[in-house]
Design a protein around this ligand. Structure first.
Ligand code: DSN
Length: 408
């Protein structure tokens, strides 16, 4: 066996033997893997269907148009008003392509601060979004942990941004996209909703939709949507030309056709009742896991969740996120450290972020969430030996095999 084959096999065994609570990760189906591992990767097709810069794209045109239609259908969008670009390589370039289409360097961007639950591309100073544009960021109310829409409006009125971005990576509550849309309208800004984390919930009607209140909606495809790593940009029809040009030739070269086909398989799966049940179970599991963690003595940021993720505030335990992450990892439980408002270092924050999309994909339900909460308590509160818990974790996971027979 060659080295890469061996390493892939090792990694799949690691995935099989770990409880994955990282809310932005998931497990794709074998069918998605077949598409992204297909010879579709061999082709260049810079441009868009019917307007390519290479020959031999007849089939790619069909695939791209089919996937565009599926994407619009999945989010119940009328093709008269909305278009979609399915070529972005991932979430960060998708957001950058939108910014560069709708703003010029030096224009004003209002985004959600990373420490409060936003994303690097929402204007953080280390990211191009923070370097290219003049940025102000809104945070959550430090007492409640919740977004304060009156404050956001006040900030927007004073700052007069050209674009307001809403969306989350660690905010455990629903986002009121309607309010964001109203604020953007009042101050004459574009509203970009970045729904990367919650796209699956929105598709399943389990989170209010942003589409009626946004000019543009971006999402990655590999989180709750359970597809390959990629991204989509949904845009109002009148913005289509600008944004398409910004993706290609503005920012990217040829689209990754194998990934686009994988996104197509993802949508074929997402348009089934099984997928809706999966999204419902993600939420049920998140509720049970968060309640049980609190019963067992943990403090949760905002006292719980109404989406797929939650953040433990480790300050009362005298732990920081890095240490807690490492303790859990040594018992094969993966949850990642996360900043909470007031934290100064993203490397050494006081939060630990957990989510249920991946464990739900493995078929786990409420009963298993109780078990996972118990493991976490034994490790972080009772300080039991991680080696012993790791053995229990691996035994527990035998009942939830990953569907990757070729590798296991
Ligand atoms: N890095 C992703 C996350 O973990 O939420 C967002 O891009």
């Amino acid at each position: 066996m060659k080295k890469i084959d061996k390493l892939i096999k090792k990694e799949v065994v690691r995935q099989q033997n770990s409880i994955n609570l990282i809310p932005s990760e998931n497990y794709v189906s074998q069918k998605v893997l077949d598409a992204i591992g297909s010879p579709l990767t061999n082709k260049y097709s810079e441009g868009y269907p019917g307007k390519r810069y290479y020959p031999g794209n007849e089939i790619y045109d069909k695939i791209e148009m089919y996937v565009q239609n599926l994407a619009l259908k999945a989010f119940r969008l009328n093709q008269k008003n909305w278009s979609v670009n399915i070529q972005p390589y991932s979430g960060s370039p998708a957001n950058l392509a939108v910014y560069l289409a709708l703003m010029s360097p030096g224009d004003k961007l209002l985004g959600f601060s990373l420490t409060s639950g936003g994303h690097l591309t929402h204007g953080h100073f280390v990211n191009y979004s923070g370097k290219l544009f003049k940025v102000r960021q809104y945070s959550v109310n430090p007492k409640t942990g919740l977004l304060d829409y009156d404050e956001i409006y006040k900030l927007a009125k004073k700052f007069k941004p050209k674009l307001i971005v809403s969306g989350l990576t660690s905010y455990p509550r629903k986002i009121d996209f309607k309010k964001f849309g109203q604020i953007a309208k009042k101050v004459g800004a574009y509203h970009l909703a970045d729904i990367s984390h919650i796209a699956g919930l929105i598709l399943a009607n389990l989170h209010p939709t942003p589409f009626s209140y946004s000019d543009v909606v971006t999402t990655t495809t590999h989180k709750t949507l359970r597809g390959p790593r990629g991204a989509l940009i949904f845009m109002r029809k009148h913005l289509e030309e600008k944004i398409n040009k910004s993706v290609f030739p503005g920012l990217q070269g040829g689209p990754h056709n194998n990934i686009i086909a994988g996104i197509g398989v993802m949508f074929e799966e997402a348009l089934t009742s099984k997928f809706i049940k999966y999204q419902q179970q993600i939420l049920k599991n998140a509720k049970v896991l968060s309640k049980e963690l609190m019963n067992l003595g943990f403090t949760l940021w905002t006292n719980g969740t109404d989406n797929h993720l939650m953040v433990i505030d480790l300050k009362p335990l005298g732990l920081n996120g890095k240490i807690a992450e490492e303790i859990l990892e040594s018992a094969n439980i993966l949850a990642n450290r996360n900043t909470l408002p007031g934290d100064t270092s993203p490397f050494n924050p006081t939060g630990l972020r957990l989510g249920t999309p991946a464990v739900t994909s493995r078929g786990m339900k409420e009963k298993e969430m109780l078990k996972i909460a118990k493991f976490i308590k034994e490790l972080l509160i009772d300080q039991k030996d991680p080696k012993k818990i790791k053995e229990e974790v691996i035994r527990f996971l035998c009942k939830f095999p990953l569907p990757y027979k070729k590798w296991l």
